[in-house]
Design a protein around this ligand. Structure first.
Ligand SMILES: Cc1cc2nc3c(=O)[nH]c(=O)nc-3n(C[C@H](O)[C@H](O)[C@H](O)COP(=O)(O)O)c2cc1C
Length: 260
């Protein structure tokens, strides 16, 4: 699939074929895509635990589910629990930026030397970051970017996905999550039982209310010619609701034994 179409066809899929397993190699490809995401200082905070729904004990599974997520988790054969590892930087002492210098990704032309890391980056940026109450939030930004690469890979592989919340205390106990790992979200994964369109592309606030140019009071003007090009390239697709969606929802509920 073209990159633009992958972005366009990604939407939260909440109806999975519960009996169709996801190939392990597809799960690996998703994780590989996450791993290639960019992170401040190449810290790579994201941790993910892949759990196969059918290998969970019924008691643990019941306790893991939250009301906003239960049906999705029941239908998705694979669950990827995502965390941020707060211990990364403290253990690292500037080794990751130094590695980027050594391989020529960070260049002396931009001021990057081991000495710069030892005298400025580590003591004035990284170490204070680990002490800051903003650290988990800052880290979550990077992890969201990395995890999103995995989500897009899932669609490239013909799968569907939906992020959900989960019971973090139960997961910590069940999956042996270390104390330093901050819970993010759970990526539910499976083959869609619903159509690829899943009722159409979901609504977003108007472009100009979200993005600005030069000053936060000056909306970034949306060029309709660009929008049209992205329509042609299947990134911008027919908006929800598509005319047959309610019928599709009823049929899905019947087929999967869910309330209508
Ligand atoms: C971090 C995150 C957490 C989410 N948690 C839930 C959830 O608990 N339950 C749910 O049904 N959808 C959840 N969603 C899906 C969003 O509600 C979704 O983005 C929205 O339905 C429309 O966008 P989309 O269909 O383009 O993804 C979550 C999405 C994200 C990114």
């Amino acid at each position: 699939m073209e990159f633009t179409e992958v972005i366009g066809i990604r939407r939260s899929i909440r109806f999975f074929d519960p009996d169709r397993p996801v190939e392990r190699e597809k799960v690996q490809k998703i994780l590989e895509a996450m791993r290639l995401g960019s992170c401040a200082m190449n810290a790579q905070w994201l941790r993910a635990v892949v759990v196969y729904r059918d290998q969970l004990s019924p008691e643990t599974f019941e306790k893991l589910k939250l009301p906003v997520a239960g049906v999705i988790m029941e239908l998705a054969p694979v669950h990827i629990y995502c965390y941020g590892d707060l211990s990364v930087i403290a253990k690292d002492h500037g080794a990751r930026p130094k590695q980027l210098i050594d391989i020529g990704a960070l260049a002396p032309s931009h001021g990057w030397t081991h000495r710069f890391v030892d005298e400025f980056v580590w003591p004035q940026l990284l170490e204070p970051l680990t002490q800051s109450p903003h650290y988990p939030v800052a880290m979550a930004f990077d992890n969201g970017g990395c995890a999103t690469q995995g989500v897009l890979m899932a669609y490239e592989e013909g799968l569907g996905a939906c992020w959900t919340a989960f019971n973090t205390e139960v997961a910590k106990e069940a999956f042996g999550i270390p104390d330093d790992w901050v819970p993010h979200y759970l990526l539910n994964l499976g083959y869609p039982a619903e159509s690829r369109e899943a009722g159409g592309q979901r609504p977003r606030p108007p472009f100009e209310e979200l993005y600005f140019e030069g000053h936060a009071s000056k909306p970034f003007r949306r060029d309709e010619a660009v929008v049209e090009e992205l329509r042609q390239r299947k990134m911008i697709q027919a908006p929800a609701p598509l005319p047959n969606r309610q019928q599709e929802l009823r049929e899905l509920a019947r087929r999967l034994g869910l309330p209508e």
